[in-house]
Design a protein around this ligand. Structure first.
Ligand SMILES: Nc1ncnc2c1ncn2[C@@H]1O[C@H](COP(=O)(O)OP(=O)(O)OP(=O)(O)O)[C@@H](O)[C@H]1O
Length: 301
């Protein structure tokens, strides 16, 4: 597989803050790579350095197989960027914004095509201030791909969106890959990384703590099924499963390879101790469990 972009031993220090502390990433052509981590992990610092918006304290960047010392015009023509928060001119229409962004590049995709591809035809004449959060994010995506880039950077593209709008945006982003584009995405939503990413770098406190495909990361846990439940009556002095029952936020969690037997045991125990079980679920481990196992914290902390 061809690495279209690489960064090696990248560090970014701000006075006493080690925002990124020695990470290396290889981005493969035609794939979606997610940088997954909680707030403050160093995701934005990393992608904005790759976009040429921040200078590394240390580290080497390779674009399209060549070491680069500056993200110059030539590279910028070939990358597309959606920043974490973009403020567009409120009074311009969707069409005007997309055209204005297109004007920044030597080549650009025709506005009509972008409006159609991003499902914005109906909103072509709408002013930015009158759009929903999801529609604004779609305009931001249109602007990120207006130059028909080879690599598209998306920094937390669905933060603040409702589940339906998030899902729609995921479909749009997945479409980029189907058209042969390379996508680099930052997110703190594990569902987003699971849905979109071919390869994931999990970062925390400026370092990579795990990497791999979703499958590989989850398999590395060696976990079978998880039974989770909530209860208002339970106190923390529990001996169920010899203390193997963990409490994460307000949810009790038990890992098992025999769901049926464990469920019976939990219900027997609830009867014996007279507590009421609520919101009981049986699920497979996910990326959140990977993060939790590695850091002892949840991604959303
Ligand atoms: N310009 C700056 N000056 C000083 N510290 C900074 C600066 N930019 C970022 N930081 C710090 O560097 C660390 C990483 O920030 P960064 O924005 O890269 O994290 P992130 O993973 O993108 O988080 P979020 O999801 O909240 O944006 C944080 O501790 C942040 O406060």
């Amino acid at each position: 597989m061809e690495d279209i972009l690489k960064i090696e031993n990248f560090k970014k220090y701000y006075k006493d803050v080690k925002a990124v502390d020695g990470i290396s990433l290889s981005i493969q052509k035609g794939k979606t790579t997610a940088i997954l981590g909680p707030n403050g992990a160093g995701k934005t610092t990393t992608v904005e350095t790759l976009e040429g918006l921040r200078k590394p304290t240390m580290g080497d960047i390779y674009y399209f197989g060549e070491k680069v010392f500056e993200i110059d015009r030539k590279i910028k023509e070939r990358i597309g960027v959606q920043l974490q928060s973009t403020t567009f001119f409120d009074n311009l229409t969707v069409e005007e914004i997309i055209r204005a962004f297109g004007g920044l590049y030597k080549k650009s995709i025709e506005t009509n095509i972008l409006l159609k591809d991003l499902n914005l035809e109906e909103k072509r004449k709408a002013r930015m201030k009158n759009l929903s959060g999801g529609q604004k994010q779609r305009v931001a995506l249109a602007c990120a791909i207006v130059n028909d880039p080879d690599i598209i950077f998306l920094d937390e593209p669905t933060t603040g969106l409702d589940p339906q709008a998030r899902r729609n945006l995921w479909e749009q982003i997945d479409d980029f890959k189907k058209r042969g584009k390379t996508v680099v995405l930052t997110t703190h939503y594990m569902e987003e990384a699971e849905f979109l990413a071919d390869y994931i770098y999990v970062i925390d406190h400026g370092k990579i703590i795990a990497e791999g495909t979703v499958d590989k990361l989850i398999k590395s846990l060696n976990m079978n099924s998880l039974i989770t439940f909530e209860t208002l009556d339970f106190d923390s002095n529990i001996d169920l499963f010899n203390g193997d029952l963990k409490k994460v936020d307000d949810v009790y969690q038990y890992e098992t390879d025999d769901v049926e037997k464990s469920l019976i045991k939990i219900f027997e125990y609830s009867k014996e101790k007279n507590f009421k079980i609520d919101n009981l679920k049986v699920r497979k481990p996910n990326l959140e469990d990977v993060f939790l196992t590695l850091t002892g914290r949840s991604l959303r902390d």
